[in-house]
Design a binder for this molecule. Sequence first.
Ligand SMILES: [Cu+2]
Length: 127
Amino acid sequence: MKIPANGVCMPAGHPASRREIMIAIPTGLMAGAVMALQAFAAQDSKATITIDNFTFAPAELTVPVGSVVTWINRDDIPHTIVENNKTFRTKALDTEDSYSFTFTTAGTFNYICGLHPFMMGKVIVKP
Ligand SMILES: [Cu+2]
C-alpha cells in the first residue's frame, strides 16, 4: 500500500459521500410516503354490483373517489349498463360477464340497462 507524502489517507470519493447520504435520506422518506398513500388509496376502493333477476344490487351504492366498481351479470339473460350522461356504457353483458369502471370524479351517476330501461341503479361518488 502506497502512503501519501503528507501521511493523511483520504479516499478520492470522500467529499461526495456525505452529500450522497443527505440526498438518500429524503428520497427514502418520500418513497415511504408514496407507499403509505398507495396503501391508503387502496382501502375500500373496490365495490361490486350484482345484476340478477332484472335488478341491480345494491341499487344505490356510495363509494369514495377513485373507486373501481365492478358489475357482474348473474342473470341468465344479457344486460347492459348505460349511464344517463354516457359517462360509461357497456355492450351486452352475458351471464357471468363483468364490467369495471373507475370513478375519478365525485357526483351521482344514474344508470339503466339499455335493454330493459326499467332497471335502474345509482352510484354516488363522495370526494
Ligand atoms: Cu337488462
